[in-house]
Design a protein around this ligand. Structure first.
Ligand code: UDX
Length: 437
């Protein structure tokens, strides 16, 4: 059993702390946000993450997991300190390392000789080397060990990693991490710290590229009369391509992919690397978000200004209440900026407690959002949207079209309710046919 300190009790930090306690270690998590720490000490977890609250509370009760704001008392007695601190994007897209750097004086002062710092925050390639110089403690190993968990699947992904990436200069570091992650069964990629840091950015950017490629194909399908679902299946059977991250949708977003693509661009800009591909990726993702507004406009029988648009889903994906860089929220705000009346519902968002930019009206139910709508726009793939009483909802709508950007609704069910279902990547002539009939 190791005694470890986790710095940062956000998404990655809290999951890491709970899972390390689950593996049998004694874990203390420190966060500078006193209000967050008080809530955690009381067993209150703000994040919507399946299984995490239960795991945190269980290990608080066994005494294996504790929280505080005080770095001094715990760091000194730790075998290792894991840095799980935020690295938000600056205005120019580069990663802001202020939170990571702010802990270096504490680590320099309190860490005992021979201990380790494990860098789990997503940082630009070359950061570990810079931090080692600033830390100026040659007796401490700093290991780059990026985390690949997805929101909504955090515990599963942490305990069942596809790979464990270890970027270190000392072979002893791999032995140490193998003992820390003792029961995790995954291929280990041993490399230098800079390559480990690049692996994280490269992985997220590749996922973004796949999704954007699917979105581009979906638009092409609409124009040439092909079907994206079949095309996706057809290419996905090729193991060199794989069948994940090819779901067409309203563009990719969330707290990681946009930030990491921009940070990789920023890293490349400091070199002579040709970044055309990545600039196109960012531009094309923004285009696919704007394209949804154009589609709404085309589906409406009246001008967008003054039209009533019901938005279902605001979170950047299902199973989370995270609105950071959410394409759904962005698209809803674009519609509102065009002076559409937007009423929005998300099952994970508390309408009374959520301030949103722009002029959105948040509702407490899908029924309230859809009442009087000229068009319904599904932006987050919540499974419950497929289960809605569409017969009743249709009666309360002013229009008869549903644009499902996630492709999760049942066409037959909606047709039975008298609604036209428009999806991405499928030829759609129903509306035109209906309007000219
Ligand atoms: C991502 C990475 O998957 C994870 O490995 C990393 O550690 C953190 O960033 P997450 O931010 O939780 O995880 O989101 P993810 O589930 O990957 O989805 C990212 C975005 O892509 C979302 O907006 C999602 O809706 C979109 N997406 C995903 C698609 O539009 N189509 C797909 O096929 C898959």
């Amino acid at each position: 059993m190791e005694t470890v300190t986790v710095l940062g009790a956000g998404y990655v930090g809290l999951t890491t702390a709970a899972c390390l306690a689950h593996l049998g270690h004694r874990v203390h998590a420190i966060d500078a946000d006193a209000a967050r720490v008080h809530r955690l000490q009381a067993g209150e977890i703000d994040l919507l993450e399946p299984g995490l609250p239960e795991m945190v509370r269980a290990h608080q009760q066994t005494g294996h997991l504790s929280f505080s704001t005080d770095p001094g008392s715990r760091i000194g007695g730790s075998d290792a300190v894991l840095l799980c601190l935020p690295t938000p994007a600056r205005v120019d897209g580069s990663a802001d390392l202020a939170a990571v750097r702010s802990w270096l004086p504490h680590l320099r002062r309190h860490l005992s000789p021979g201990r380790r710092i494990i860098l789990k925050s997503t940082v630009p390639p070359g950061t570990q080397r810079q931090l080692v110089t600033v830390l100026d403690r040659p007796d401490i190993a700093m290991i780059s060990n990026p985390e690949f968990l997805r929101e909504g699947h955090a515990i599963h992904d942490w305990l069942n990693p596809d790979r464990i990436v270890i970027g270190a200069d000392e072979p002893e570091s791999t032995r140490y991490l193998s003992s820390l992650y003792t029961s995790l069964d995954a291929p280990v990629v041993e490399t230098d710290p800079t390559s480990a840091e690049l692996i994280k950015y490269a992985a997220n950017t590749f996922l973004a590229l796949k999704i954007t490629y699917a979105n581009t194909l979906a638009e092409l399908c609409e124009h040439i009369g092909a079907n994206i679902t079949d095309v996706r299946t057809g290419i996905g059977h090729d193991p060199r391509i794989g069948n994940t991250y090819l779901d067409a949708g309203p563009g990719w977003g969330g707290p990681c992919l946009p930030k990491d693509v921009r940070a990789l661009v920023s890293t490349g800009t400091r070199t002579t690397t040709d970044l055309g591909l990545l600039h196109a990726l960012l531009e094309t993702n923004a285009y696919h978000q704007r394209r949804i507004v154009t589609l709404v406009e085309q589906l409406l029988p009246r001008p967008l200004t003054g039209a009533r648009v019901a938005v279902l889903g605001l979170a950047f994906k299902a199973a989370t209440n995270d609105l950071r860089d959410s394409p759904a929220l962005h698209i809803a705000n674009l519609l509102a900026a065009r002076r559409a009346h937007v009423t929005a519902y998300d099952p994970a968002i508390d309408a009374s407690a959520t301030p949103t930019a722009g002029q959105l009206t948040l509702t407490e139910s899908a029924t309230a959002a859809v009442a009087g709508a000229d068009v319904v726009l599904v932006l987050t793939e919540w499974p419950e949207f497929a289960e809605l009483p569409w017969h009743h909802l249709a009666r309360d709508m002013r229009g008869d079209v549903v644009l499902d950007t996630r492709g999760k609704l049942d066409r037959t069910l909606l047709r039975g309710a008298g609604l036209h279902l428009r999806t991405l990547g499928e030829p759609f002539s129903e509306i035109a046919a209906a309007r000219t009939a």
